[in-house]
Structure formats: structure tokens, C-alpha cells
Design a protein. Structure first.
Length: 116
């Protein structure tokens, strides 16, 4: 079993920055990718950014150029640096892990609120 523990998030004014962190523990030796999704009220969960084990990344168009995903393979961690935040970035952010066995794991979620 894999556990994902998130930290960061909170309340920030538009234009500000926040950093989210996620650490995987347990049987996390076959990680294919780690990333962040978000879900705003009344909307479906969407991909924000993903970091593959080989270092490749992909981002949602809405955050490209503002958010940066990074991580340390040896520590099984992934961070999301969020700059130039907008009110529409307000959502619960979830850490996600995908294994080479096609298993998916989720963190408990952390609230990000951007005030205008």
C-alpha cells in the first residue's frame, strides 16, 4: 500500500505564491509518475501538472508558465510551486501517484484559496 502525505496550501491574495509538497511512503518503489490534480466546487477533478520518473513533465494549459512541478526520486517527493495565483486557481489540490503496475493513489487533498 502507498500513502501520500500532502502539505502546504492555504489562503493567498491574487498574484501571490504558494508551494505544495507531497511525500509518498509505503510500497512506492515502482513509481511511474507523481503529480497534482485539483477539484473546484461543482467541477470535475483535473490534472494540474505531472512529473514522470524520467524527468519529463506536463502541465495544464491554464497553469503553464505560472506553476512549476519538481521532485526528488530518491525521496519519492513532488512539489508544486504556484506563482501568479488567480482566483480561478481556488480548489482542493490532490497529490497523485501512478505506478508501473497501473495503480493510482491519491492524497487526502489540501485547500488552496485565492482571494481577489
Amino acid at each position: 500500500q502507498v500513502q501520500l502525505v500532502e502539505s502546504g496550501g492555504g489562503l493567498v491574495q491574487a498574484g501571490g505564491s504558494l508551494r505544495l509538497s507531497c511525500a509518498a511512503s509505503g510500497r512506492s518503489s515502482n513509481i511511474y509518475s507523481m503529480g497534482w490534480y485539483r477539484q473546484a466546487p461543482g467541477k470535475s477533478r483535473e490534472l494540474v501538472a505531472r512529473l514522470y520518473r524520467n524527468g519529463n513533465t506536463n502541465y495544464a494549459d491554464s497553469v503553464q508558465g505560472r506553476f512549476t512541478i519538481s521532485g526528488e526520486n530518491a525521496k519519492n517527493t513532488v512539489d508544486l510551486q504556484m506563482n501568479s495565483l488567480k482566483p480561478e486557481d481556488t480548489a482542493v489540490y490532490y497529490c497523485n501517484l501512478q505506478s508501473y503496475q497501473a495503480l493510482t493513489y491519491w492524497g487526502q487533498g489540501t485547500q488552496v484559496t485565492v482571494s481577489s
